[in-house]
Write a protein that binds this ligand. Structure first.
Ligand code: ZN
Length: 240
């Protein structure tokens, strides 16, 4: 059945953003479906590409007539020319949708950076040991080290952990590294649950990212600094 449109509700769900998913999928067709371990692999008729679905623990598919009310936590929607649509649901955002030529690429991409919510403290400390000279901010944002943390979340994690963004990973004490790990989990889990509802984020930095802003904890002026080409916000008093 030909795909008439492809809707993205959550950009993060697309694992290989280098591809123009919409451009490749519209007018294309699913021609073969198979399962490979925890992946659902769909061959596309055009472009010699495969769609590979990786579901988190709370993910799944639903097939509906177009126009029926959408469930919560829908990440992408394939609308077909027959008036039906396939929705991919992923409650906790562990799932991914890959567009690849080959399953090998999926493995490579997944091995690149650890999923921050799937690693334990021991993994995290091991990764820290491998990158002692990296600034904490660029360490958190490097997709080949930890996947999925961007500019705003990395600032938030460092603010909550009380570490300045330019501190070298190798210069953090063990207690500071453990705190960084703990806050990384807390911040990301809180974000995943919040779904853009920011009540309960009063002491979070992310609501105060603008010039001249004051620290939500101590009221001091926030500092800014460019690291890895992105502007970091931090508080000199609350972050050591
Ligand atoms: Zn402060």
């Amino acid at each position: 059945m030909e795909i008439e449109s492809f809707g993205v509700r959550d950009e993060q769900f697309l694992a290989t953003p280098v591809w123009d998913y919409g451009g490749i999928l519209v007018g294309n067709e699913f021609v073969g479906v198979g399962r490979r371990g925890k992946f659902l692999v769909v061959d596309l008729r055009l472009y010699s590409l495969k769609l590979v679905f990786h579901f988190g623990m709370t993910g799944g598919l639903s097939y509906n007539k177009t126009g029926e009310p959408e469930e919560k936590h829908v990440r992408v929607v394939f609308r077909f020319v027959n008036g039906y649509e396939l929705r991919v649901i992923d409650q906790r955002r562990f799932g991914k949708l890959y567009l690849v030529e080959d399953m090998v690429q999926v493995k490579t991409i997944r091995n690149m950076g650890g999923e921050p919510l799937e690693m334990d403290e021991k993994n995290f400390l091991e990764i820290c040991d491998k990158h002692p000279r990296r600034a904490a901010k660029s360490f958190l944002m490097d997709q080949s080290i930890i996947a999925g943390i961007g500019n705003i979340y990395s600032d938030e994690i460092l603010f909550q952990a009380g570490a300045r963004p330019y501190r070298k990973i190798g210069e953090l004490t063990d207690a500071e590294k453990r705190r960084l790990f703990q806050k990384m989990r807390e911040v990301l889990e809180k974000m995943v649950r919040a779904e853009a509802n920011f009540d309960g984020f009063k002491d979070f930095l992310l609501l105060y990212r603008e010039r001249g802003a004051k620290c939500p904890r101590c009221g001091g002026a926030l500092e800014t600094l460019k690291i890895a080409n992105r502007t970091s916000y931090y508080c000199l008093r609350c972050q050591g």
